[in-house]
Design a binder for this molecule. Structure first.
Ligand code: KIV
Length: 271
């Protein structure tokens, strides 16, 4: 008899139970098979196949250029690696704002072609119809309010959002609406901690903060930022757990030196 240890998958219901018992939710971004394996084996609850792939994987300045096909490629690589985490995929810019029908078609493509478990969409009232239509097809939706990088050209900067009363009120209304529509969680990006606290206490669905302070029900960071692979990005909210850029650079420099000096390969490293 094989002693096969079943891994219990994280589902949207598990996340709700975590909020109910006050257990914080961990989320990081993942875009490829190898990194997703590491994140999953470390016990991360949610992997976000973020459209930040546009920045950290493809080198674009914003998240706008990444396509639906590219997101599906990244998501299916992550799906092949992961046994436990819930996998959420960003609907990229242009794949859901046009009409609710286009939005549904995009979400269906992600679910069918990648095997991921949910989609994430930026915005509130203005994308209500698209969210409704996707949810009615049985696809779980994570919302995203506050700093929504797909609207960067409207905002003009990446500064903290909803500091003024009017924008904070709009965000609170949008958060309530997303919960009412049936979203299973909401990312709150770069807003004041007091506003995150108020929204998180009001909502029964979990909030996941990035630059939203300590009161969110969970936290998300871009993996390449928290591992120090990206170099010139130092917002206050970012904690770097390791400086991998320097670690990898050092290893590559050593390899180059060894090859040039004929120290690699040695006798034991050949056939
Ligand atoms: O694309 C992304 O990485 C995100 C996070 C910043 C939440 O949306």
């Amino acid at each position: 008899m094989s002693v096969h240890k079943e891994v219990k998958r994280v589902t949207v219901h598990v996340l709700h139970a975590m909020k109910a018992r006050g257990e914080k939710i961990t989320m990081l971004t993942g875009y490829d098979y190898s990194m997703a394996r590491i994140l999953d084996s470390a016990g991360i609850d949610v992997i976000l196949v973020g459209d930040s792939a546009s920045n950290v994987m493809a080198g674009h300045e914003t998240t706008l250029p990444i396509t639906l096909d590219e997101m599906i490629y990244h998501a299916s690589s992550v799906v092949r690696a992961v046994k436990r985490a819930l996998i959420v995929v960003d609907l990229p810019f242009g794949s859901y704002q046009g009409s609710s029908r286009v939005a549904l078609e995009s979400a269906i493509r992600i679910m069918k072609e990648s095997g991921a478990h949910a989609v994430k969409m930026e915005g509130g009232k203005e994308i209500e119809d698209s969210i409704k239509r996707i949810l009615s097809a049985g696809i779980p939706v994570m919302g995203h309010l506050g700093l929504t990088p797909q609207s960067i050209y409207k905002f003009g900067t990446y500064q903290v959002r909803a500091k003024k009363e009017e924008e904070a009120e709009r965000l609170k209304k949008d958060a309530k609406l997303l919960q009412k529509l049936g979203c299973f969680a909401i990312v709150l990006e770069k807003i004041p901690a007091a506003l995150t606290k108020e929204v998180s206490e009001y909502l029964t669905i979990p909030t996941i903060g990035i630059g939203g302070g300590m009161y969110a029900d969970g936290q998300v960071l871009v993996t390449h930022d928290m591992l120090g692979i990206t170099k010139d990005f130092h917002p206050r909210f970012l904690r770097r757990y390791v400086e991998l850029f320097d670690v990898i650079k050092g290893a590559v420099e050593q390899y180059c030196e060894d090859v040039k000096n004929k120290n690699f390969p040695n006798e034991n490293e050949q056939y």
